[in-house]
Design a protein around this ligand. Structure first.
Ligand code: PLP
Length: 466
């Protein structure tokens, strides 16, 4: 399988190189040149498989040039064994034909573990083979950082530097990053917001000369193709559990960078019957404004109760645009360059086309809290605020009551106790057993100014020169 850039002017790469690369050299994102397609019969034959075997069937076509089947199977078994539920991604029913897919049973209690537990293993496998070292540099508004650190802490060939906005992530989120021990793990708290962190990471990727040619940077944010790939699997898993592929499904996805929902779009392209995808956003609603009014325009970043969705521009949306423009990289490039300077619209027929599958909704903090409270009162089930946005949007956008509506449960409620409290629910969401001593563990992080030279200096001092 070859991978090509969404901006059409970078070399095609194989899986190993795509895994180790961030952005393509033309500024685009890598996507598979063509997707595998599964027949209904084939998908049906996967019913009842353990999660890791299903994962093998869905993902192997993407990696087969780089990894022998037996090695990939072992890697997947190890990856999904660490999840604290035998079903890995269990479904919980809220109402008739309405479900939450719990994706927060991994080590850091958010769906990002699905991809990052695998990514760490993939990286070490490929680096071992190539006798190479990489430095992972990433910015996080919370969940990515801890999942990346957990995913990479046993990696022999990786140093990881995670930047988070100082005092702008929840205490649980911070502790999940800063209490993991390992001499290859480095946490930096930046005096600034998430976008300041993100800007420094982007600039570092664009000019890696500060590393002196001794190592290279690798990305773990959702521009990394391997993350998207791993997220395709649970759409198949949920569908098969509820009678798919013999009936179609609707999914509602709490959305920030558009990675998770893009994986759902790919599952559909690969043959899984999906009739509706709901983009659920908070007040940072660029995608909702685009979907409802064909106007793509950046607004100021707002801080909400759902920090993992506080994002001004969703980078993976470019991957959808690439398909929408008939895979014309030059057209995507000019559209996104224009969007840098002001609002843009796309051709009406393309916009209508994208709306056949996608709906959207933007949910306020108040409505988020209302939903947490309503569901708790009705179901005695606690939603985290991100998942609550998904449930709210699912209800607002639902097209067909006879089609199962599945909201992706993206985080465990114990990660966001403040939002739960604010919603008026009086029970405290308890941390799962494997984390009960989180608040006693020792933390390790360094606070730095929003200054790229300070960050680079720290990195040079701290990565273990391989
Ligand atoms: C990352 C994250 C999201 C957003 O996912 P994207 O793939 O960036 O759209 C939503 N909810 C939670 C809890 C997250 O951690």
């Amino acid at each position: 399988m070859r991978y090509i850039s969404t901006r059409g002017a970078a070399p095609a790469l194989g899986f190993e190189d795509v895994l180790l690369t961030g952005l393509a050299t033309d500024g685009g994102l890598y996507v598979p040149e063509s997707l595998p397609h599964f027949s209904l019969e084939e998908i049906r034959s996967w019913r009842g498989l353990p999660y890791s075997e299903l994962a093998f069937n869905v993902m192997y076509p993407f990696v087969e040039d780089a990894i022998p089947a037996a090695d990939f199977r072992t890697m997947l078994e190890e990856t999904y064994e660490v999840f604290a539920h035998d079903a890995v991604a269990p479904l919980v029913q809220l109402n008739s034909n309405e479900w939450v897919l719990e994706l927060f049973r991994g080590p850091t209690l958010a769906f990002k573990d699905f991809a990052l537990q695998l990514l760490g293993r993939l990286l070490d496998y490929v680096l071992e083979k190539r006798k190479q070292h990489v430095v992972i540099m990433g910015a996080t508004s919370g969940d990515t950082g801890s999942a990346a650190i957990e995913g990479c802490r046993r990696c022999k060939h990786v140093d990881i530097f995670i930047l988070h906005p100082h005092e702008r992530v929840s205490e649980v989120q911070r502790r999940q990053m800063t209490t993991v021990t390992g001499d290859n793990i480095h946490n930096i708290a930046v005096r600034g917001n998430f976008d300041d962190c993100q800007r420094m990471v982007k600039a570092s990727f664009n000019d890696q000369s500060f590393l002196g040619g001794k190592t290279q940077l690798a990305a773990v944010n959702s521009i990394n193709w391997a993350r998207i790939m791993a997220q395709i699997v649970y759409y198949f898993h949920a569908s098969l559990a509820l009678g798919g592929p013999d009936r179609s499904m609707a999914f509602s996805v709490p959305t920030g960078n558009f990675g998770d929902i893009f994986a759902g779009y790919l599952a559909r392209q690969m043959g899984l019957p999906i009739s509706q995808l709901v983009i659920a956003t908070n007040r940072n609603d660029i995608l909702h404004r685009f979907m409802s009014g064909n106007r793509y325009e950046q607004h100021q970043l707002e801080h909400t109760l759902t920090p993992s969705m506080d994002i001004m521009v969703s980078s993976n949306f470019e991957r959808l645009l690439f398909d929408l423009y008939g895979r014309d990289g030059a057209a995507v490039k000019s559209l996104l360059e224009e969007a840098q300077t002001g609002p843009v619209s796309i051709d009406d027929y393309r916009w209508k086309h994208v709306r056949k599958l996608f709906d959207s909704d933007a949910v306020s903090d108040e409505a988020t809290c209302d939903t947490i409270r309503e569901i708790y009162e009705r179901n005695e089930y606690l939603l985290d605020p991100h998942t609550a946005i998904g449930v709210r949007a699912a209800r607002n956008c639902r097209r067909d009551q006879s089609v199962p509506m599945i909201t992706l449960g993206t985080a465990h409620p114990a990660k966001f106790p403040d939002a739960i409290r604010q919603s008026g629910v009086t029970v405290e969401p308890a941390l799962p057993k494997h984390m009960h001593d989180l608040f006693e563990r020792e933390e390790r992080y360094t606070v730095l100014n929003d200054d790229i030279h300070a960050v680079h200096g720290f990195m040079l001092e701290h990565w273990k020169h391989a």
